[in-house]
Design a binder for this molecule. Sequence first.
Ligand SMILES: [Cu+2]
Length: 168
Amino acid sequence: MKRFVWISTTLLLMGILACTFGRESNDAAQLSTTNVVETNSEVSILAALPSSATVDFGNPKGGTRQARHSLVPRTVVISVNGSVTYNIGGRHQPAIYAPGTKPNDINPSGGLVNDSNNRIVLGPLQVGGSWTTPVGTFSVPGRYLVICNITSHFFDEDMYGWVIVEKP
Ligand SMILES: [Cu+2]
């Protein structure tokens, strides 16, 4: 009887040990699977950096005056040497300034802003239609300020946005 109890206890202990080790190796397997997934998602984020973006530059159907003079989305992210297409809703004129330029740095010269200091490119003044930034606009990484060159839109309605340019 004593021998039976000893054998039973030994078997029970072996069972507990087997379960414990089994669980540890399962945890290790799950951990490495998680790492692989995280690595893959980092890769896919880098690969997903687009070379172009589209922005609604003003929206005549906006419910408020500010909504009619806004950039949607206000910020886009593209790769170096990419481009942005602005769908012009209403009468507007996009102007793009070098990275580091802030809205407070812009000085108007009348009904049109026309501040050429640090300006990289000035799009056409147009009603409707679309305009795509020319080659060379976003040749270096950084955060580019994009404003509407119509003074009242920029100063009264905060009509500006950003293009963040990153290395792919
Ligand atoms: Cu405008």
